[in-house]
Design a protein around this ligand. Structure first.
Ligand code: UDP
Ligand code: MG
Length: 338
């Protein structure tokens, strides 16, 4: 059933050192918003919200310039770089108080922004979550393609429900975002949490373009961290796997002991330096891996219990776009008692 109320939209765009692409991406998103308002698909006070994730270049200056040209552009600025997930969370957190529908999209517009029209349509049909899914990965390098496939496979084995080939291009309803915000983790793995929220969801397919300008903000180091975040924040399976492997090795060691004992009784003791060294290294290595996995979880518990804020906002031109600024009341001092 199509809803007759016109929804208010906010498009959340995380930006980290996006000076080279913003001047081209912003007008593209603006035109999409204009067409949506012209066709009364979204309200005229719908916004584009850039979240500046502590950029070192002129990204924030560009965002404030855009804001001066057109009130549909708004921005949040972090006090430093907190990462894309934090930028998305901040944008959605601010938007949930003002918007009925929230779309998130990367600043480089590698994900086809024209898909937003279809997303709004699906939302108005009653879907709370519309995933943008890539229908081919031909623009990726062989390395990125295979590692991504490996990641989805591994996460699936761990029982984490991920949408394959979906990154952070999606539409969510206000209530779905509110549900996401009720997750209190300080490092939420958004792509893993959203499918767990429930709510009616659907997928739309598109072809991903190469980045038009600037460079990828995901070097190998950040990709590994992202994958580890996903695995460790979502599953205790690695700890269990270590436990089972440990038990198996202990069982094996018991058999070896038995064998050594038998050999000893038979008087056929072999001084096998190599086998001792091999097992020494293997067990030593295995113990280190096991300890480090446990350490990872302990470390994560440590960071979670601190309840540090996910991000710190330095400037906000989004929220003030909806609530008229209160006049500042000058502090008056009552001198009458003197
Ligand atoms: N991004 C961010 N903070 C970061 C890294 C990236 O906000 O620390 C943003 C970036 O500006 C872009 C999006 O996340 O809008 C995706 O980054 P990128 O396009 O570099 O990733 P890739 O497409 O190469 O995976
Ligand atoms: Mg990109």
């Amino acid at each position: 059933m199509k809803s007759s109320v016109i929804p208010r939209l906010t498009i959340v765009v995380p930006c980290y050192n996006e000076e080279p692409v913003l001047p081209t991406s912003a007008p593209v998103l603006r035109r999409i918003l204009q067409r949506l308002t012209d066709h009364q698909q979204v309200t005229t006070d719908s916004k584009i919200l850039f979240v500046d994730d502590g950029s070192q270049d002129r990204t924030w200056a560009l965002i404030t310039d855009l804001r001066q040209q057109d009130t549909c552009y708004t921005g949040l600025k972090f006090s430093r770089n907190y990462g894309q997930e934090a930028a998305l969370m901040a944008g959605m957190q601010a938007a949930q108080h003002h918007a009925d529908l929230i779309v998130t999209i990367d600043a480089d517009l590698q994900d086809d922004p024209q898909l937003i029209f279809g997303m709004i349509e699906q939302a108005r049909e009653g879907f709370d979550i519309v995933y943008g899914v890539r229908n081919d990965r031909s623009t990726d390098t062989w390395f990125k393609r295979t590692t991504a496939q490996g990641f989805y496979w591994f996460m699936g084995k761990l029982g984490v429900d991920l949408i394959p080939n979906h990154s952070d291009f999606r539409l969510m309803s206000q209530r779905a975002v509110a549900a996401l915000m009720s997750c209190q983790e300080s490092h939420p793995f958004i792509r893993g949490i959203i499918p767990q929220l429930g709510f009616p969801a659907t997928k739309l397919y598109y072809k991903r373009q190469p980045r038009q300008a600037g460079v990828s903000k995901y070097p190998l180091r950040k990709m590994i961290r992202f994958a580890l975040d996903g695995i460790l924040s979502f599953s205790v399976a690695p700890i269990r796997a270590v436990l089972y492997a440990g038990l198996l090795i202990c069982g094996g060691a018991f058999l070896v002991l038995l064998w050594i004992l038998i050999q000893h009784i038979r008087g056929a003791v072999v001084t096998g330096w190599s086998s001792i060294m091999a097992s020494l290294w293997f067990l030593g290595g295995f113990q280190l891996v096991a300890i480090s996995i446990i350490g990872e979880y302990v470390g994560r518990t440590f960071t979670e219990v601190k309840h540090r804020p996910r991000f710190i906002i330095q400037s906000d031109t989004y929220s003030s776009a909806f609530t008229p600024a209160q006049p500042v009341v000058p502090l008056t001092r009552d001198h009458s008692s003197h």
